[in-house]
Design a binder for this molecule. Structure first.
Ligand SMILES: [Zn+2]
Length: 452
């Protein structure tokens, strides 16, 4: 660790977070650094305690959850195990959308942060949470990325698919924040020859210690480095936002060295799981989230997935009191792992092979690769009123964005076009309203379809 990194991590960042911004993120992070080494049973007991507190709050103060609990005859004080809690059933996005304000707590803490998410099912949902939940999210993220060697102040290149420019004071604050942390950001949505060459040049000019990238963007970058026989120093690569495919992991390791780490998160809850130095599955963020992998039977009943079995990822956000999320069906699938302790010694449970986060890659008019998450970004930033969406790229490379729309904003189409067009140069963009998005053969909704 160089002097600047230890100064930032040890002195400047805690002062900035704790004093300047009034956040207990650093205190929480210290707590999490210790709790990760506890036995699995202790961590599960902590989760159950946090869950019981959350249920008591939700029953007393959140109309939507009170009626859900009443409907199944559940009282928070009766929930003594995970099995008791499962009686609540799984809650899907449409039910949450319909509930609207009934999901907001009528007592403090109130939600102060609001986000639109698309998940992997392409149905946007507004997610809100309180300041306390934000501290947990940040602390959990720093701990998880820390397993890969990331620390605040380490030279980091974010090769990231979202580049929505903030404005005014927010922009100034973000710029100051990023400079302090020594972060550089490059938008990875367009991945043509010129863009990839520019990224490699930047890496060679001033090598970062860590690259934090969308998984498929990191794969494309690594392939470019290998194909052109370019030389890059050894760099830790943390992959996020999309599933890390085995073929991508292999080329990233060849291009940047073996320190490749997969992470799994979502806009709804932030970091769900992250890989440690043992590279054997991803440890769950157990202190902040209760993550269940379940299998639903034909009759509507459910059971926990067996080790090695793939099931649906169901999330409970343990510290969001402003707008609680209980047993939320994320739309992702993951494979359960056994209870054996990881070689690293951490007691945190693990999962592997998260599915449902692979978006097909698009091509622009010149044949340059463009992230399949582009329509997600467009809808998240410009798609108020969009209920569901899907993007189809036809054989002539023209694209059709299909929208299921709730309420019609007058400039919706123009906004979406303005967000898509710069990344899809030379491509005709059509926008179409449809009553619903049909399911793929797998039974899941596909974000992006490439007609071949
Ligand atoms: Zn481990």
């Amino acid at each position: 660790m160089d002097l600047y990194t230890s100064l930032v991590a040890g002195v400047l960042f805690p002062a900035w977070e704790g004093t300047v911004r009034g956040r207990p993120t650093v205190t929480l992070q210290h707590h999490l650094e210790r709790s990760q080494w506890r036995w699995r049973e202790e961590l599960e007991a902590m989760q159950l305690g946090a869950l019981r507190r959350l249920l008591a709050h939700a029953w007393a103060n959140v109309p939507f959850w009170r009626s859900r609990m009443d409907a199944v005859g559940m009282r928070p004080e009766d929930v003594r195990s995970l099995a008791d809690y499962r009686r609540l059933g799984v809650v899907e996005r449409p039910a949450l959308r319909e509930a609207g304000e009934a999901r907001v707590s009528t007592a403090p803490p109130f939600p102060t942060i609001s986000k639109t998410t698309s998940g992997s099912t392409s149905e946007p949902l507004v997610v809100r949470y309180d300041a306390g939940s934000e501290h947990w999210r940040q602390a959990t993220k720093y701990r998880g990325y820390g397993w890969a060697g990331y620390r605040v102040g380490v030279r980091t290149l974010h090769y990231w698919g979202t580049g929505h420019p903030p404005t005014g004071w927010k922009r100034a604050k973000i710029t100051a924040d990023r400079a302090l942390r020594r972060e550089r950001w490059i938008n990875s949505s367009r991945r043509g020859e010129a863009e990839l060459a520019a990224v490699v040049k930047e890496i060679q000019r001033d090598p970062p210690s860590v690259i934090l990238a969308f998984s498929q963007a990191a794969g494309d970058l690594a392939r470019f480095v290998l194909d052109r026989k370019l030389r890059c120093p050894e760099i830790t690569v943390i992959c996020a936002a999309e599933r890390l495919l085995p073929a991508d992991r292999e080329v990233i390791a060849q291009a940047f060295g073996a320190r490749v780490f997969e992470t799994y998160g979502s806009r709804e809850v932030m970091l769900i799981g992250a890989e440690c130095e043992a590279h054997d599955g991803m440890h769950l963020s157990m202190e902040n989230l209760l993550t269940e992998i379940i299998v639903r039977n034909g009759d509507g009943s459910e059971r926990p997935a067996e080790p090695g079995e793939t099931g649906e990822v169901v999330l409970t956000d343990l510290h969001n009191y402003g707008m609680p999320f209980l047993r939320y069906a994320s739309g992702d699938y993951a494979t359960a792992m056994g209870r054996e302790t990881c070689a690293c010694g951490r007691g945190l449970a693990r999962i592997q092979g998260v599915e449902g986060r692979v978006a097909e890659t698009l091509l622009d008019g010149e044949g340059s690769r463009v992230s399949g998450l582009l329509p997600v970004v467009a809808v998240v930033y410009g798609g108020d009123g969009v209920k569901a969406f899907q993007l189809v790229q036809h054989r002539d490379r023209a694209v059709t964005l299909r929208l299921v729309v709730d309420a019609l904003g007058p400039d919706l189409d123009a906004k979406l076009r303005a967000l898509l067009a710069p990344h899809l140069r030379g491509v005709t963009i059509r926008i179409e309203r449809v009553p619903e998005i049909p399911l793929a053969a797998s039974g899941k909704k596909q974000l992006v379809i490439i007609e071949r």
